[in-house]
Design a protein around this ligand. Structure first.
Ligand code: AMP
Length: 295
């Protein structure tokens, strides 16, 4: 099906790593009037990614998944080199779900020599994650914009798990008049409530148990906010609970407007989100819930 030079993994699915090969596929589908959904990922796929893939399948005739561990969204001190890379497994999972094509460029294909253009998002990209990972959203916005231009999708899938990222991507699509729809999927959790994440693989058995405390802590903070507590009081309480549960450092717990991510006042009835980032040993975990969510 894919035209031109391509790699083929053990799974029976086409993947391309050269931009010309990707363009040939996309152009053929577009010429045939077929709709395209894109699922951008960094690989190490789990049920959270696959749930988004299923949503993509339901929206469009064709589904492209990209697998690219994007170096520009990692700071030098972060886990770029140790980030799990499991291409063969990922291909098998995408194959089983009926994904049509995997776009797996190398860093040279994405950032060739003399690459010198970035998208610097403001607004929703201010505060929260950006206070701890200042390079992150410029890296994310730039690579997502490139992925959108490369794959020309009608729809792109993003998880609520990375809620600020979802807001930043939506803002970029609106601001730059990009012609695609961003479709969000709910956070998929382990049976004990821990949000699935490729980074959960870093956790020791002891840390994994502690990690499960994030979700109930967010639920309690949401309930306290609904009961009329000041957001600051509710989030300070949540931070203390995370420390008591065994987290080493709390980057933030915050209650913010669901769309703008601006702080919300006590008793606010507009849609709000409770977001947190906390560290367990060397692993940094993030999670969030809708403020109306109940245990
Ligand atoms: P990543 O590979 O971590 O860059 O994630 C790729 C996409 O999958 C992003 O849109 C994430 O928000 C989404 N995602 C990651 N984990 C989950 C999860 N547990 N539930 C739903 N979506 C997720």
């Amino acid at each position: 099906m894919a035209i031109g030079t391509r790699g083929r993994g053990l799974a029976n699915i086409d993947y391309v790593s050269r931009i010309q090969d990707l363009h040939r596929c996309v152009d053929a589908w577009r010429r045939a009037g077929e709709s395209i959904a894109l699922l951008p990922t960094m690989g190490a796929l789990h049920e959270g990614h696959l749930s988004l893939a299923r949503i993509g399948r339901a929206h469009c005739r064709r589904l492209i998944a990209s697998i690219f561990v994007n170096p520009t969204q990692f700071a030098p001190s972060e886990d770029f080199s140790s980030y799990p890379r499991t291409l063969e497994n990922d291909l098998a999972k995408l194959d089983a779900i009926g994904c049509d094509l995997v776009w797996a460029p190398g860093a040279d294909a994405m950032y060739p020599d003399r690459f010198a253009t970035s998208i610097v998002p403001l607004g929703a990209a201010s505060g929260l994650e950006a206070d701890f990972r200042p390079q992150f959203f410029t890296g994310v916005a730039t690579v997502c914009c490139k992925l959108f231009l490369q794959t020309q999708p009608h729809v792109a899938l993003f998880g609520e798990k990375d809620y600020q990222q979802l807001c930043v991507v939506r803002q970029m699509v609106r601001d730059l008049n990009l012609r695609l729809e961003i479709v969000a999927g709910p956070t998929i959790r382990e049976p004990d409530g821990l949000a699935m994440s490729s980074r959960n693989a870093y956790l020791s058995a002891k840390e994994r148990k502690i990690a499960a405390a994030i979700h109930p802590t967010l639920l309690r903070a949401a309930a306290a906010f609904r009961d009329g507590l000041e957001p600051k009081t509710a989030t300070e309480m949540a931070s203390r609970q995370l420390v008591e549960a065994g987290f080493d450092e709390i980057d933030y717990v915050a209650i913010r407007d669901s769309e703008t991510l601006h702080p919300v006042p006590r008793g606010s009835k507009t849609a709000a989100r409770v977001l947190a980032a906390a560290r367990l040993g060397t692993t940094r975990l993030i999670d969030n819930i809708d403020s109306t969510a109940r245990v």
